[in-house]
Design a protein around this ligand. Sequence first.
Ligand SMILES: [Mn+2]
Length: 349
Amino acid sequence: MNTADRLREFFSNKRNIAILIHRNPDGDAIGSALAVQRFLNKWFDKYGKTANITVISPSLIAYFLEWLPGAENIIRYPETPDKARSVLKEADAIIYVDFNAPTRIDELSEDLIASTAPVVLIDHHRDPQVNPQISYWDPEAASAAQLAWKFINDFQEPDLIDREIAECIYTGIMTDTGSFRFSSVTPEVHRIVADLLEYGVNPDKVYSLIYHRFSLRRLQFFGHSITFRIRHLPEFKTTYMAIPLEDLQRFNIGPGETEGLVNYTLAIEGTRLGVLMIDRTRENKGNPMVRFSFRSKGNVHVDQFARQFFNGGGHHNAAGGTLYTTLEEAETYFLQKLSHLLPELTKED
Ligand SMILES: [Mn+2]
């Protein structure tokens, strides 16, 4: 059976499809999920069938992603936990988008583990913890969105693809590649982007809707962090920022508003490892918790580092992790562990 037939056969008898994305969903997770949802809705419509296709987010949605076509219909667990649970419970297919471990969806994880519905995986993170019936998984892919694009195109229904779907996919690729510049960007990525522009995507519009959305308060928070919270360690080719809770409170920084801050650490010449650590006590019911974002250049592989020492993981050059300590303890611990990366940090590519 060819791929299109397999996809059609899998979906044709499904009536309640839940599309799940990871906590604190980014442009890639939301863009990919909404593209898949819109496409599947049109596909069921075309064949005169009805199916409930629902995107569930474990977290609220960052305001600069709310404009994405279809975002208004995402079920957000913190707002409607019962609805999120019942959709998951009734699902006869679950599509994992931009994540691959049930534990990455916080309070919904237990419900997901309990589900026996067949799984479709659309993801580019390493070490999947699921057993999908249909898999669009490639850890070398720059974004989940390009795998979602392959999934959509594999149905061989080009008339169902529209500008809105293309905008969602474009958003996912743009946000996961640092606007098309990370080492994961291949000629194939640009070929996909070229196709998306053919569908009418306006790059300047999408970029502005995502990145030119700072409030004065948020820009001042970035300026404050860069001025007062940054440390540069030239002997380790490392630059990091440690953001205390008082800063988040002073500038009233909400979920998702620290997005992009870590990138400034890599802007300092000679930096090969950039780290952002943020006091997330508020998100852990008042108990100490620090979230780490790691960014790196070349052969400095932060995914292993994050997995080994920070209860995390990710990609070679972008990873995350969590410690359940105070910010000061987290900083001390990080500085102790940094020596493990020294060989990679000081070896040029
Ligand atoms: Mn992604």
